[in-house]
Design a protein around this ligand. Structure first.
Ligand code: CO
Ligand code: CO
Ligand code: CO
Length: 321
């Protein structure tokens, strides 16, 4: 339904738009001059954890992630706060805002304004602006056959946070999920120098939904090696207890015939479709650049896993192998 609505956007053509809304990429990119382009994104959502400070931090990490995913350097942000007056106490809202600001400070991002409205359901996030040199811009459209695929965070945050809502799951798994969601995808700003050709961050459409966007934009097929995809411990046990975010059903429908599932069982399929909050980066880079770049990521404290490779376009945009 949303696709039909958004298809009605008949916007002004502008030659300075390097990445527009029709591209299904992480952020819009607008050329300022020959050396600089603005990377612009906005993201906000309802609470994913009980701790208001952590919620604010996660919302901020998630919002800046789209700038990193385009190879950009986030610079400033505007906050978006929707609050149920009289339902959520003032000191909780203060903690949310403090958490967000602290995380943005860590990212080197300053808050220059924002907008707040009363809303029956709490929501929080940011519009983030970043800068990128046009020749360093990374889109999701340049993955090439022979590339390898790297992922920088394990899957399972959607399933685990749904477990939290239903009071299900191990405390240790919940803490691990939160610690991953808190992490900035900082590795994004030096991707181009290290040979990365295409990237995207993993959020609401799950690993396979965002992989599909990359496959379509790049006219390739992505081979995802099921056994190599990292999963937060405790995630599969929750799926087996039927703890499933609604997003998994939507993502399965969205992907439809575009995925060849191979031998992946029902549980792993759900994990691959799990909507992530503040998920990792999926990057495509030439095989001969991989070892060196993995060292750089590891030195920077960014976890990384090789989860598959890129092939010539086949019948399915994604093959789980
Ligand atoms: Co994104
Ligand atoms: Co986004
Ligand atoms: Co206003």
């Amino acid at each position: 339904m949303l696709e039909r609505v958004l298809a009605q956007i008949d916007t002004l053509p502008d030659p300075n738009v390097l990445v527009g809304f029709d591209k299904a990429d992480d952020a819009g990119v607008y050329l300022l001059n020959e050396n600089e382009a603005i990377v612009q994104t906005v993201d906000f959502f309802t609470p994913v954890v009980d701790d208001p400070f952590a919620y604010g931090q996660i919302a901020a990490a998630n919002a800046v992630s789209d700038v990193y995913a385009m190879g950009g350097r986030p610079v400033f942000a505007l906050s978006l706060l929707c609050f149920p007056l009289g339902v959520v106490e003032e000191n909780l809202l203060i903690e949310v805002v403090k958490g967000g600001t602290a995380k943005l400070k860590e990212a080197g991002v300053t808050v220059i304004g924002g907008h707040s409205v009363q809303d029956p359901e709490m929501k929080f996030g940011y519009a983030v602006s970043g800068l990128v040199r046009p020749d360093r811009l990374i889109t999701n459209a340049e993955a090439r056959p022979g590339d390898v695929l790297l992922l920088t965070k394990p899957l399972g945050t959607g399933i685990i946070t749904t477990g939290i809502k239903f009071g299900k799951g191990e405390r240790s798994a919940q803490e691990e999920a939160v610690s991953w969601m808190l992490q900035l995808n900082k590795s994004g700003s030096d991707m181009s120098e290290n040979g990365v050709r295409a990237a995207t961050d993993i959020t609401g459409y799950g690993l396979l939904g965002h992989a599909l966007e990359m496959a379509r934009a790049s006219n390739v097929t992505l081979l995802i090696s099921e056994k190599d995809v990292p999963v937060i411990e405790g995630t599969k046990a929750l799926v087996e207890k039927k703890i499933l975010p609604g997003g998994i059903v939507n993502n399965r429908r969205y992907l439809g015939e575009e995925v060849a599932w191979g031998n992946a069982g029902e549980t792993m399929q759900s994990v691959l479709l799990d909507p992530q909050t503040s998920g990792g980066l999926l990057m495509s880079l030439p095989a001969d650049k991989m070892a060196r770049y993995r060292e750089i990521l590891t030195e920077a404290g960014t976890a990384n896993w090789v989860i598959g490779e890129v092939a010539e376009q086949r019948q399915s945009a994604i093959e789980v192998v």
